[in-house]
Ligand binder design. Sequence first.
Ligand SMILES: NC(=O)c1ccc[n+]([C@@H]2O[C@H](COP(=O)([O-])OP(=O)(O)OC[C@H]3O[C@@H](n4cnc5c(N)ncnc54)[C@H](OP(=O)(O)O)[C@@H]3O)[C@@H](O)[C@H]2O)c1
Length: 410
Amino acid sequence: MPSALVTGATGILGREIVAALGQDKQTWPTVYALSRSQKLEWPENVKQQQLDLTASAQEMAKELGNVQPEYIFFAAYLAEDSEEEATKVNGAMLENFLEALKITGASKHVKRVILTTGAKQYGVHLGVPKMPMEESDRWLTDSDRPPNFYYKQQHILAEQGRQQGWDWVVTYPNDVIGVAKGNFMNLATSLGIYCAITKELGQELMWPGSPAFYTKFDCFTYSRLHAKFNLWAALEQSPRVSNQAFNVVNGDVESWQNMWPKTAAKFGLKIPERMFTPDEESGTMSDAGSVTKLMAHPPLTEFAAERGLKDTKYTAQSRVEQKIDLVKWSQRSDVKAAWHRLAKREGLEQDAFEKATWGFLGFVFGRAYDIVISMNKARKAGWTGHQDTWESLSEAFDELVGEGVLPAFP
Ligand SMILES: NC(=O)c1ccc[n+]([C@@H]2O[C@H](COP(=O)([O-])OP(=O)(O)OC[C@H]3O[C@@H](n4cnc5c(N)ncnc54)[C@H](OP(=O)(O)O)[C@@H]3O)[C@@H](O)[C@H]2O)c1
């Protein structure tokens, strides 16, 4: 019977991997759930352990003495202010952890390591990428690009796997929909709180992001679907899976022109019939909003000539446009007062508002370009999972009500 270890067990992606392993005691009688701080409630086959992955390999080895996993799900993540620092820190966490298992001798039993990374693989944070994004797309390693910690982690994984004789799988999720508390990137919690406060203020639900993006396309990842993919990828013996990286998105393509009215209805809100002013439609935001330019050369530039797109408008510098800048919005006194009133009246967690990731949500809604990600490679390898994105968002909102983060729905 295989044993499993999950790092980042309290994170938005890691906790669903632990939950999925915990639910299947027959297949996974022993599961180690590792994180730095909080504890969660898990079934009896899950053993929780605190471990600081920023410690040295020797220090970690002392804590991991009795831990012998065959399958490792690495979903830990530490946000840093710069890409340089994120690369250093997240690369070292993975490398030292794998090194610690070598010191304890546990690495001899390891069969496969599944690493969670994401669509920053394709530079979705730098500007318009080549689309659809496919795993065979070449990496963005030109000297003017910032370092990418996913590249560093994938190099470490491949090298350690070669040396130690286990194989690996990497996942590329995007814009994750799920539940976690106090984590670094959380779409559903921040959006849910934005909607709840809008209702408390008696306003219509205004789209805060890019007017252009409102009708463009995005691909999302439900954290529970990602967990199912992880368990499938761990035990799948096909050579099409071993030592491979996969996009892991829901399998549909969504647009906020479709999900915004549904979101409003869920919260008992109305949307304005005309969401944008002519100025906003042409890209000029008011003082309540903001415009941020991304890299001068978006990722698509590197694929442009071979696609007949060199020096065209399609490779122009990309922008993040916010009709309502969510960081500024979250600092408004009427917004803070509305949350405190609401949280007190409904018995919600007061600090959920401070922990919400306004900068992240502003970025996800503000990118003025499509994000379309192909699932062809996983499907050809035998993956059949699929998730309706609106249903996943609606489920995440329901769960947040149960967690005391959002008020009950009308
Ligand atoms: N969230 C998204 O929307 C999204 C989208 C695409 C890709 N991704 C990628 O998915 C991966 C996982 O991210 P996530 O969003 O799931 O992370 P997350 O929700 O922010 O959770 C991070 C996890 O890492 C743990 N951790 C952080 N520092 C640690 C340390 N020093 N020692 C031990 N554990 C530590 C945290 O434990 P504590 O709770 O104890 O601190 C937590 O369990 C990252 O590569 C991320 O870039 C995320």
